[in-house]
Design a protein around this ligand. Structure first.
Ligand code: CTP
Length: 465
């Protein structure tokens, strides 16, 4: 062990993946993680959905210092596929506790959870420590699955102990004593070279590399989600936006030290209500009012900057029913809706901020000049994007093709192209929405720094004149 005597642990330099599945014994995996770490292992945890109902990912993340893999479909912040990174870099995978259900899924190669997916994808040794009720353990199905894992897959099985079980009965099925599981991992890796000594090829650290607070002291306003335009008190015209991209932008801006106002229409993700000023809206008109008040005050104030950047990720309805019905419409003979176009909110903000007119526009616009970022969800081609950027008077336009796999509404990933007012075009690879958000904010931070540097130079020239 790597304790006070300074002797290297038996797993020193190894990466061990700890797969935890949904047994009552899942809490013991926290202690197992500690024991593996005490042997010098770098441990990354894979948590099945049912296991996360017994033990939260946070304990594992805090102790392992790696993000916990919980979802086969989720990408890491840097865009890599989490369970594949684990499968390719771990020296061993230890599944403890392994439930009867998990043994069945693994025996049949059903990779619906991160633990089976990583085991299927790895060429490293796998150690399995089952835990369950005594009758489940002795059932022929379980025994057949265990035999398959041991004989056909060459997995090391750490047989459960006999003792009192969660049901109150006594029998065989208790998770093996933890030192026995650690010994099995040590035996499994013995004589093998360390697979991936390069930390860069291993799973990332949970404590994300400390980002410079390059938006510290900035007020970033983000809009997110889809607006809902009422047809009657029950029905509305909506869209497929989940708000994921906008919320990722707000989270990323908070992480970089900005003070954030998030104006959220309909979203299907949690909002950072404790760290940002969050304003909830429903319709395009409500979004417009909330945004104009946040950006320019009410009534619109003199040209004092109340915000540094606006990132307009909301999917704003382009049309709204001209006269929503006061009472619920009945099916009757059918329905024809008369729609009116909604105001182009972003274009209006741009006109006011740039001093080019608009209601209450301060003549010279807002000083210092805020950075305006629009989004364009296109289908099939991004040809219309440069014109949209010009028409709306934006600094940056983030365009994506929502028909592309992995880039649509509700997905956790996005492939975007960032266009700028100088005609530049930066095509980003498929990234998690959080990683894409940070790349967008890299551009915002750089634009704000350039703005301030230009302002200082102008002020100096004025003083010297
Ligand atoms: N937007 C807005 N107000 C609207 C519609 C859109 O502020 N009434 C904003 C969106 O939040 C987005 C940008 O404008 O940041 C581009 O939205 P998009 O729907 O692609 O552009 P439209 O102006 O609606 O152009 P078109 O309908 O021709 O695609």
């Amino acid at each position: 062990m790597s304790d006070g005597d300074g002797a290297p642990g038996r797993l020193s330099g190894r990466l061990v993946a700890l797969g935890v599945t949904g047994s009552i014994a899942a809490y013991k995996a926290v202690e197992l993680l500690r024991l593996l770490t005490a042997e010098g292992a770098d441990v990354v945890v894979l948590l099945s959905a049912s296991a996360s109902r017994f033990v939260g990912a946070l304990s594992f993340a805090a102790l392992s210092r790696h993000p916990v893999e919980t979802d086969v479909l989720e990408l890491q912040a840097d865009g890599r596929i989490g369970h594949i990174v684990v499968a390719d870099s771990a020296d061993a995978i230890v599944v403890a506790p392994a439930t009867a259900h998990w043994l069945g899924a693994m025996a049949n190669g059903l990779a619906a959870d991160v633990v089976t997916a990583a085991c299927l994808a790895t060429s490293s040794p796998v150690v399995v420590a089952p835990a369950m009720d005594g009758d489940m353990w002795t059932h022929p199905a379980t025994q057949a699955n265990v035999a398959r894992l041991r004989d056909a897959f060459a997995y090391a099985i750490v047989e459960p102990d006999t003792g009192s079980l969660a049901s109150g009965q006594s029998g065989v099925g208790r998770l093996a004593e933890l030192p026995r599981i650690v010994d099995a991992v040590v035996a499994a890796v013995a004589g093998r070279p360390i697979r991936q000594p390069d930390a860069g090829a291993r799973p990332p650290l949970a404590i994300a590399p400390v980002r410079e607070e390059d938006l510290g002291g900035r007020h970033v306003v983000v809009t997110a989600g889809g607006t809902r335009e009422p047809i009657d008190p029950v029905r509305f015209i909506g869209n497929r936006s989940s708000g994921r991209m906008g919320v990722a932008l707000a989270e990323a801006a908070l992480g970089r030290g900005a003070s954030v106002t998030l104006i959220a229409a309909d979203v299907s993700v949690a909002l950072p209500v404790d760290r940002a000023r969050v304003v909830r809206v429903e319709t395009a008109d409500e979004l417009r009012s909330a945004l104009l008040e946040t950006l320019f005050g009410s009534p619109p104030a003199p040209p004092v900057a109340r915000f540094d950047a606006l990132v307009m990720a909301a999917a704003v309805a382009d049309f709204t029913p001209r006269a929503p019905a006061a009472g619920k419409l009945s099916r009757g003979e059918g329905l024809s809706l008369e729609l009116r176009p909604t105001p182009d909110i972003l274009a209006e903000v741009s006109r006011i901020a740039r001093g080019a007119g608009g209601p209450g526009s301060p003549g010279d616009g807002v000083i210092p000049r805020p950075v305006l970022v629009g989004f364009a969800a296109e289908t099939g081609s991004l040809d219309r994007a440069p014109d949209k950027l010009r028409r709306k008077g934006l600094d940056l336009l983030v365009a994506n093709d929502v028909t592309e796999a992995g880039s649509g509404f509700g997905s956790d990933t996005n492939r975007v192209v960032i266009l700028d007012a100088e005609g530049g075009r930066e095509a980003l690879p498929l990234l998690s929405k959080r990683a894409a958000a940070d790349r967008i904010l890299d551009r915002v931070a750089a634009a704000l720094d350039a703005r301030d540097a230009a302002g200082q130079t102008a002020a100096m020239q004025e003083r010297n004149a």
